[in-house]
Design a protein around this ligand. Structure first.
Ligand code: COA
Length: 165
């Protein structure tokens, strides 16, 4: 694999990217389960990220193949903290270290390009893959919000993780 992060452009939006969100195990712990995804809608989303100076949306690429995304939000925070969220949408790339690579790369970018002091991320309790990705990258559990999320007809706890850079 030749993994890299690149700011996602409208031209990167393909039907394969849109199809990520029709896989039940991809959206079972995500607000994406409440949205419908279309080519036009994803292009608008990518465009809105490009025109928002508080966020950067990176595509995770294996060479030229778009396999996932990592979003960083809060770049203008006076507290120098930003939130991250990520997805490895191409299921062939799961459990191969792709999300771990993306988080580790965003940590470096956050220090060198954004001069941030802290990153944080929230996930639904039970999302073991996501929890391991954060813990492998040094994030620590800062809190548990009880019954904070409603996914697939159930109330789930939210685990809040943070990393002081
Ligand atoms: C969660 C997700 C990002 C993990 O991506 P990934 O590229 O497969 O993760 P990695 O390969 O870097 O795995 C990191 C560790 O988690 C483990 N892992 C990954 N998925 C797992 C799962 N479903 N259950 C248990 N462990 C899992 C890996 O085996 C690895 O463990 P190891 O280092 O001990 O070998 C991916 O499954 C995904 O996109 N899910 C849907 C969207 C989502 O949940 N995003 C996060 C929202 S907070």
């Amino acid at each position: 694999m030749l993994l890299k992060l690149k700011i996602l452009k409208v031209a990167d939006v393909t039907s394969s990217y849109v199809d990520w969100f029709s896989v039940p195990e991809t959206i079972c712990y995500s607000d994406s389960q409440y949205r419908s995804h279309t080519l036009e809608g994803q292009k608008e989303y990518v465009n809105s990220c490009l025109s928002n100076d508080d966020v950067d949306l990176y595509g995770i690429f294996d060479d030229d193949l778009h396999v996932g995304n990592i979003l960083i939000s809060g770049l203008n925070s006076i507290h120098k903290k930003a939130e991250i969220a990520y997805i490895v949408g191409d299921t062939r790339y799961r459990r191969k270290g792709v999300a771990s690579f993306a988080v580790s790369t965003i940590i470096e970018i956050s220090k060198t390009n954004y001069q941030l002091n802290k990153l944080y991320a929230g996930l639904a309790e039970g999302n073991e893959g996501s929890r391991k990705v954060l813990q492998k990258n040094g994030f620590v559990l800062e809190g548990r919000r009880f019954a904070h999320l409603f996914y697939e007809g159930k109330f789930l706890n939210q685990l809040d993780f943070g990393l002081v850079l």
